[in-house]
Design a protein. Structure first.
Lengths: 335, 335
DNA sequence: GTGAAAGCGCTAACAT
DNA sequence: ATGTTAGCGCTTTCAC
């Protein structure tokens, strides 16, 4: 291997490793190194294509310039868009992003956090957690590293969050449905139900109903299993065909269910639902492409990424001491 | 900071750092360390939650257990799905994935490769390259690290590739159109045209025509700029309205253009194209949801990820010496 | 079977 | 304004 290192440069230039190190790290002026020398060093580095050994540097400084991102599924457009905006901001600041998918599995999340955090592997972490409680994250060896949670709140855990206003968005959208003539609205929720995003959206759904004196709206809520959306929604639609007082709208808790629902509604079997209204939390491009008019709530996806990155960076720099929760507003898209 | 380290364990257990290190790395038996001792060590590690310092280890061994993935846009479903399958396989082998998006920009690609490769930052690299030529990758300090190129071939560069059969897939799809009654087919291509994926698909388009004695099919090819798809396709459709011999089909080179095209075709301005057929290279779920029947060619996205990961791992392990190109087959989806 | 000691390549006190 | 030196925490050779 025998790659170029400080030692070699030092010999070739006839200056010490220290001096070169200072120049490389932009501390030349701070230590009063002459401009001439600095230029010489920089030239040599460029010419010889010297690049420092990241690990030696990290070992010495205790900082890696890596940030970890842990989400449930990097192939989900919601998360990959966030990933993109995070990576963009971080890269501009000299950081690199490491990504893991948990597949909504607590055990995997644990493993991945451990792996990244273990002995200063990453300087900071951004995670959309699946956890029901905070005990794992409260362990000192984990909480030692700056973490920003996104999208979901870990129940009862005081931490740094960047989330969207799930409650308000859902409430407004359901209000809109009720205001524009809907009498009975079904709500398709996604499991696990304990996720704060799901809970808050359901709460919005219920409160919109209560405001109109409709109690026990939770009876209209149908949980759909993450792993078998297609079959469960299909079964649910069949049931609905039998109902005495029919639903005139369906409020769907996420884009994944919405996509499948729209697909199913095109079947002739469900022709009778031709006029049922569909609304969705989360706005996706698909809604612009299908005949069915789907009103929705759009989340500021890019902002989640930029806010979260900025926050970790601040935490790392020690600029931010107190735990903070950033709640980003949603926007209603009426179709 | 003062985290738990080998030194501490060594003191607490009354054995040397060497011995502990051996046990941790599974070399206990190799060095004939007694089972009792090994068990003691392992227990202590578990109990005290010791995790080795990744950087010290990497510095010493020269291996990082990081793999870099560089794509044009991690928020593109095609790439994020690949990322997901790569990450899954690598994680199971104790590797972590670092991701970067180049935004179809050679300069950024260069920076990112440099950053990752610099001084054993990653053990291997998987990249969907934007490069027109191979000189950058042929530099010794870059070519030193195992690289697998995916999706696109770097022109004239002999390297390790995992790609799909762009030529065959396009040819078959266009053949299908011609076989089922299409007389004149427009082809919407995406820039940069030099990308091997684009070139090969266009070649397939042309050859399908030639087989029927239709020469100069390249006249039907319209390049669309990556950054302004919407406006360019719109302008193109307007032009088409004027044409003497009208097109009866549009073959689109990627899903991004297809999505926008379908959106545009719904405008009343383009009502006259109601019966035009649309076909697309790349199959996306959207095609199942819209009224327009879109035939397509689907790529084995997950396989690209798993093959590529397996290949880098093999390269790293020194199992694979010769450059190899894996060409995965596409599947036609007739609608 | 086990341990001592060298050294991976870098940075930051401390000298000068 | 520049150099000397002591580690960062681990693995591995060599010695016992």
């Amino acid at each position: 291997m025998s790659k170029l290192q400080l030692e070699d440069l030092s010999r070739q230039l006839g200056v010490s490793k220290t001096l070169i190190s200072m120049v490389i790290n932009g501390k030349g002026n701070k230590y009063g190194i002459s401009q001439k020398r600095q230029a010489e060093v920089l030239d040599a580095i460029a010419e010889l294509n010297y690049t420092p050994n990241h690990f030696a540097k990290s070992l010495r400084t205790g900082r890696s310039n890596f940030i970890g991102l842990i989400v449930t599924d990097i192939s989900n457009p919601f998360y990959s868009t966030i990933a993109r905006s995070i990576e963009k901001l971080l890269f501009s600041q000299g950081f690199n992003l490491m990504v893991c998918s948990t597949e909504e599995n607590e055990e995997r999340e644990k493993q991945q956090v451990e792996m990244m955090v273990s002995r200063q592997g990453v300087d900071g972490l951004i995670v959309a957690s699946t956890f029901k409680n905070s005990s794992f994250y409260e362990q000192p060896r984990i909480s030692r590293v700056p973490i920003v949670f996104i999208d979901r709140v870990v129940p009862l855990f005081k931490a740094n969050y960047v989330i969207t206003d799930n409650y308000g968005g859902a409430r407004d959208l359901v209000n809109h449905l009720l205001d524009t003539g809907c009498r009975k609205i079904a709500c398709l929720a996604i499991t696990p139900l304990h996720l704060s995003t799901v809970e808050d959206r359901i709460k919005g759904f219920k409160d919109a109903h209560e405001r109109r004196g409709i109690k026990e709206a939770e009876k209209f809520v149908k949980p759909v299993n993450f792993t078998s959306i297609q079959s469960e929604v299909e079964a649910y639609l069949r049931e609905m065909k039998e109902a005495r007082t029919p639903y005139d709208a369906i409020f769907v808790l996420n884009n994944h269910i919405a996509t499948i629902l729209l697909k199913l509604l095109r079947k002739k079997e469900f022709r009778q639902f031709a006029n049922i209204r569909v609304a969705c939390f989360d706005d996706i491009d698909l809604f612009n492409m299908v005949t069915k008019k789907v009103s929705s709530v759009s989340q500021p996806i890019e902002d989640i990424g930029t806010s979260a990155s900025q926050l970790v960076l601040d935490l790392i720099a020690g600029k931010q001491i107190n735990k903070s929760t950033v709640v980003l507003n949603t926007k209603m898209v009426v179709r």
